[in-house]
Design a protein around this ligand. Sequence first.
Ligand SMILES: [Zn+2]
Length: 415
Amino acid sequence: MKKRMTGAFLAVFCLAMLFCGCSGKEAFIEYPGQGQTRPENESNRIQNYTYSPVEDGVYPYNAISGPEQLKYDNGVLYFFNGNPSPHEKSGATLMAFDLARGTILPVCPDPLCSHDNPSCPFYGFDTSYYAVNGSIYYRRGYHYLVYNAEGILVDTIDHADLVRYDRSKEALTVYEDYDGEWTYTAYSSQLYFDNWQYYYDYVYDPDTEKHYFHICKRDVDSGRVAVLGGDLNEDAVYERFLFAYGSRIYATDGKQFFSVDSDWNDRRVLFEGDFSGKILFDGSEVFFERMISDRKILEKTRLDDGEVTNLGVECSRWVLTDHYIYYLSADPFFSGGLELTGGEVYRCDHNGDHVEKVCTLNDDGSDKYLGSMCVVDNYIYCFFYEYKDGEQISYRDRLLRIDATTGVKMYYNIK
Ligand SMILES: [Zn+2]
């Protein structure tokens, strides 16, 4: 299991955080460090926990952004505690917040596991991951030195692989053992559809002796991979899959919006326009952002005629659910000479109407702003940051839940 660690591999661990920037009534719950406790039972439930499902979800076949810290799948909110490191035995691991039960526990099922050595399925966990139908898909990588009793270096352990962890079976499947090196970093978006995992890969062509970016698909059960078409390039993937609908996959090259069949053939252009930003589908309409004079504006279009409607919403970041568009205000605020956005959270309906202010982040006088944001039912889950004395403080040990109907905030301590 000796491998060379590449800069590209390390870069995966240095993914840029997404910043955006809450308050109102505030409550604080001390969750007393029971995160490492299994089995799940009454004693490790969050005290005074309440949850009211309203069945406001997201269309399941949008492409998933791997680096987003918070992921929702089948009643569970996933996130990692701390920052997994390929070099340190950090013990950081993937956590599961069961929203109905009110428990926060490691996904690793071993109650005695310290999550800091290779016997843990989540050791060396890459912070870019995908949670789909009760399985977690992720890369692992670690590098450490082994010394004997005399303090002499006897071995160097380097390992990197691509795996699936099935939670119901508690089973780890290794799809690929990288017997060389990770050669590319554009591993940021995947589409899961009809038992297939669509992803971008850097594939070696023996004829030209070069690597090319390809769109690939993997059968998640058998692990079998098919290399598909797409706009082949040595430097980057220009084509981007967005979502699956019916039996077709919808994608863009930034200028055209088109659909292809499940093997990336039979390309049909639907319409043209600027499709370089975030794009999400709600099962009937396509929502996208467009930069107009440095302002991010939300628009939508139907699949059949491509007629574009401006929603009249300006924002810095946004999330789509069945019933709402949640977005962070584009209005800047200033902290230590830095201009930050996302100080206020709003929501509106899919036509851009019935705008409600959900909360203000900084009404406590701080300079807090939101990191990754995930909306389930009427709750916004997020991590937050703060600028203090010119320094960014990361509160990765506290998960914030905002009740969108009342503005009440709850902080859950993550141990
Ligand atoms: Zn573990």
